[in-house]
Design a protein around this ligand. Sequence first.
Ligand code: ADP
Ligand code: MG
Length: 272
Amino acid sequence: MPSVSEQSHAHAGYRPASDVSIKVENVSITYRTAYEKIPTLRTTLLRLGRREKLVREIEAVKNVSFQVEKGTVLGVVGANGAGKSTLVRTIAGILPPTEGRVEVVGRVSTLLALGVGFNRELSGRENVILGGLAAGLNKMELEEKYEEIVDFAELGEFMDLPMRAYSSGMYGRLAFAVAIHMDPDILLIDEALSVGDAKFRRKSFDKMRSLCAEDRTIVLVSHAFGSIRDLCHQAVWMNKGHLEMWGEANDVVDAYRDFLGVKEDRTDKEDL
Ligand SMILES: Nc1ncnc2c1ncn2[C@@H]1O[C@H](COP(=O)(O)OP(=O)(O)O)[C@@H](O)[C@H]1O
Ligand SMILES: [Mg+2]
């Protein structure tokens, strides 16, 4: 007969549903893009202005399921066009799944590929304030965070210029600084780690490490095997819209690297 302690030990692996931070269930995402067939003179004359509308469907994500527990850093790897960004946009709630469901518990902060979210006609200061309000911070929290964000982004005197005057590096630094200072429960980062110079990347990396230590959930899309290995607990490998593999970060990187047949150290150094 098992003792009480043995019994409770048997249950140690059980995690209540509330520990799940992101649940992706049988998710498929199809883009439907309407376009017009390029008319020739002959077809134009024949149709006299009636245009032929065509719809092209791209199944970017196909029946993908996985979940991320609170406090986990999940890496996402895969070739260009594999569906990584599409998946992240859906987790962010920007793009609804065509099929299946996504459940997200907590406040999400998104750092999508550079350029999303900011209005280039507004100043850096205005964008930070709008971003903060959109993220649900109140005025006091914002005032407190504002200086931290500007410090982190190292943009002091540029904050009052319209963002169209920013270099892509400045733009990216501000995007990163805003995303990580929003106290997110869930931080989604799509290939944005390579922003800025080596010093800034190191600082970003350290900041992400400290977020991880605070039990935040992070989803990190990256081609940098070193970053995935160093930062992530688990990883998913997307291949042509399918979930090719979901497991321990090191195992997934090993498998993906073998699939690509590449040497790893080059990628590592390039990306950090
Ligand atoms: N806005 C869009 N409209 C139509 N097709 C898209 C759009 N965004 C991505 N796609 C297509 O979806 C597929 C997956 O793209 P994406 O999620 O960006 O892959 P990854 O981030 O892994 O490079 C690709 O075939 C791409 O061409
Ligand atoms: Mg992408």
